[in-house]
Design a protein around this ligand. Structure first.
Ligand code: GDP
Length: 442
């Protein structure tokens, strides 16, 4: 995600690298690169103008701080502006008393509205908030089925009256049922069209009028760039939104939508959709998004995700082992399994700062991991705990090769790579940055 815009920003930092201070003359070319990066990311023109103006003002006015390079200082200025542009902090979903909180979902067809409704219900359940999904898209009978199926899958009730009923009436009755049953939140999925359509808007306005929602969430496809800005403007003007959900952020988006929504509507992005699965929804954090866009890597999300899955004591033990270079094959296996349990290996790699990996490389990495696992499984406990033993003994290598179906050379390479990695990790753990390709130039 954001590979392109990240690369373009890199050109801006480069303009200042090696300079001893930010000056009128050197800042201009860096700012030109920032403008170009934003425009190529399909950020709305008006938004680009405003943000670039702010960045110029701030960059020139910034005091020089000892020990900070001008390019780093400039990155910080741009980062702060992007965070501001996206709304500073995460804005949680409304919750009202008495229940139910009413959420109206709006958006074009195919943006992921129905999926997002289900994702939201699941998210709420994790917060101990019960939910009822309401299916009002009577124009595509498949849409009702889709919501019913999703509801079953996550065990969330779905209210529907088939495809002959009036959408406004379905919404009204859905909300009444949630109220009667003491359900915490009701999520009303609505019909979309391929383009803005006045009938669709009018119906949405009538539903809104009828149920008086606490939230109107516009579902925006992150892949649509500039168009997302226009869509946001129209929906906000005609219906009035309280926030947005940006879907398909797992795709190859250029970032424009993420940067435009807030500035255009004054309303925050509250969640992002990061996959087709119902679990693939994350709260939107402007700081994290800004650091992703700038290519600083979303270390925060990575850490948070890791903390959810990994027992802290385990992590500390692991760190100790890394620092003292006692990391062994057992730890390696445990670690890769832990990483797999945290989601796809590829998704994780992509979050690391400066990592530029394509799908082919990722696939190769996964295949490589499987090979490693096969060979490690053929080792004795003693060998796993002391990998250096294998390097010294041709007999051991041969046995492992035979047992795993690989060659002696494969085993030799595994052990050598492992020893290299162990040294590298130890250096990194001690705060030394080893010279690794692709680690960026911060
Ligand atoms: P609707 O017409 O707006 O209700 O859209 P749907 O919920 O039916 O979604 C349209 C398509 O987009 C489906 O194939 C979804 O699986 C897919 N989709 C929805 N959200 C995401 C997402 O965050 N990431 C990806 N990759 N696909 C998504």
């Amino acid at each position: 995600m954001f590979d392109e815009i990240t690369e373009k920003f890199e050109a801006a930092w480069k303009k200042l690298r090696g300079q001893d201070k930010i000056s009128d003359s050197n800042i201009q070319s860096a700012i030109r690169e920032v403008r170009r990066a934003l425009l190529e990311a399909d950020v709305n023109l008006q938004v680009v103008k405003e943000v670039v103006e702010q960045i110029s003002k701030k960059a020139l006015g910034t005091e020089v701080v000892a020990g900070v390079r001008p390019d780093q200082q400039f990155i910080k200025v741009v980062y702060d502006e992007l965070v501001k542009l996206m709304g500073e902090a995460n804005q949680p979903l409304a919750e009202v008393e008495p229940t139910p909180t009413i959420i109206l979902m709006a958006g074009l067809q195919g943006t992921g509205k129905t999926t997002a409704s289900a994702k939201l219900a699941l998210h709420l359940r994790k917060l101990d908030r019960s939910a009822l999904l309401v299916a009002t898209d009577v124009y595509r009978p498949a849409a009702i089925d889709q919501l019913v199926t999703l509801g079953k899958q996550i065990d969330i009730p779905v209210f529907e009256l088939g495809s002959d009923a009036d959408p406004v009436e379905i919404a009204r009755q859905g909300v009444a049922q949630a109220r009667a049953q003491g359900i915490n939140t009701v999520i009303v999925d609505t019909a979309g069209r391929l383009q803005i359509d006045q009938n669709m808007m009018a119906e949405l306005a009538r539903i809104k009028q009828e149920i008086q929602p606490n939230e109107v969430l516009l579902v925006v496809d992150a892949m649509t760039g500039q168009e997302a800005a226009n869509l946001t403007r129209t929906f906000h003007e005609q219906i009035g939104i309280t926030g947005a959900i940006l879907t398909k952020m797992d795709g190859d988006t250029r970032g424009g939508a993420a940067l435009s929504v807030r500035q255009i509507s004054g309303q925050p992005i509250k969640f992002i959709g990061v996959g087709e699965k119902v679990e693939a929804l994350q709260p939107f954090y402007p700081e994290r998004m800004a650091s992703r866009i700038l290519g600083m890597g979303d270390v925060l999300t990575l850490v948070e995700k890791a903390q959810e899955e990994i027992n802290l004591a385990d992590a500390e033990k692991l760190q100790e082992k890394i620092l003292s270079a006692k990391f062994d094959f057992d730890d390696f296996l445990k670690n890769t399994r832990m990483m797999k349990s945290m989601g796809s290996f590829g998704g994780l790699l992509k979050m690391l700062p400066g990592m530029k990996v394509n799908d082919a490389q990722l696939q190769q990495a996964e295949v490589q991991l499987k090979r490693c696992e096969a060979m490690i499984s053929s080792m004795t406990k003693q060998e796993r705990q002391d990998p250096d033993l294998i390097g010294k003994s041709p007999g051991r290598k041969q046995r492992i090769a035979k047992g795993s179906g690989y060659t002696n050379q494969d085993v030799t390479k595994l052990v050598a790579d492992f020893q290299k990695m162990r040294t590298l990790m130890q250096q990194m753990g001690q705060g030394k940055m080893p010279n690794m390709p692709g680690m960026g130039g911060f």
